[in-house]
Design a protein. Structure first.
Length: 251
């Protein structure tokens, strides 16, 4: 998978890309990140990348010319792959969107900055717009890193454990079950007995029920779209009546 990132601040990406799993993925040839400094494609003496908005008002707007030149130079015209603008106005990034993008061989990411970008970039260059949540950051660099991180770990071979991404919160439509590791007793706090039992069927059922319980308590909205077995529904009904005994009795 190759990412081509168009940004005014390429340096902010480097420490994260050079650490841990993403570094290993890059070293192993599973991930290739090319950082392109938009400023390189300015043609004026002062390398200006932003200007005041037509119509007045505060703030600065990213100019279209260096952005078009950078993208067309690197990705071709028309671009050889999708070009995603990171913006709070985009569709919300979710695990499902990460899965959708993880199958692509190459993705361009455009990081907005200042108060906005010239609308012609949005209309005539960008093919998709993604937001990482309903809050506004100073630029698209952190959102681009988040997107690359979430997508990269879905590429086969990037995680040490091939099933690692499958048990994740959200991947199975539920929040993840609680995890424990050694020591079996820490400051007097133990580990659920079932996890030490060696009984894999019991462990699998316990984990499933814990995932269901956690999702019910913290993110009940996720249960609407999760794929649930009859046993899951029965368990949820039982715990729901324990949490709120009046719930199933009507007014
Ligand atoms: N740029 C600024 N805020 C953003 C957000 N929430 N998502 C994506 N890009 C952004």
């Amino acid at each position: 998978m190759q990412f081509d990132v168009f940004t005014l601040f390429p340096a902010v990406f480097i420490p994260y890309l050079e650490a841990s799993i993403l570094q290993r993925a890059r070293a192993g040839g599973l991930l290739d990140v090319h950082l392109h400094d938009i400023r390189t494609w300015t043609t004026d003496k002062h390398h200006v990348t932003d200007d005041a908005p037509f119509g007045g008002g505060g703030g600065m707007v990213m100019k279209p010319d260096p952005v078009f030149a950078a993208v067309e130079d690197v990705l071709g015209a028309p671009p050889a792959c999708p070009l995603i603008l990171m913006t709070p106005q985009g569709r919300t990034f979710t695990q499902k969107v990460a899965e959708e993008l993880a199958v692509l061989p190459r993705i361009g990411l455009l990081c907005g900055h200042y108060e906005g970008i010239d609308e012609r970039i949005r209309q005539h260059l960008v093919t998709d717009e993604i937001s990482i949540g309903d809050y506004v950051l100073t630029g698209g660099e952190l959102p681009a890193l988040i997107l690359m991180d979430a997508i990269s770990r879905l590429i086969p071979g990037v995680l040490g454990d091939p099933d690692g991404a499958m048990d994740d919160s959200f991947a199975m439509g539920l929040l993840e079950y609680p995890q424990y590791t050694r020591p079996a007793e820490f400051r007097g706090w133990g580990v659920p007995e079932v996890l030490l039992s060696g009984n894999h069927a019991r462990i699998a059922r316990w984990r499933r029920e814990q995932a269901l319980l956690r999702t019910l308590l913290r993110r009940p909205d996720l249960l609407e779209n999760a794929s649930l077995s009859d046993a899951d529904r029965k368990y949820l009904k039982k715990v729901q009546s324990e949490v709120d005994p009046g719930a199933s009795q009507g007014p």
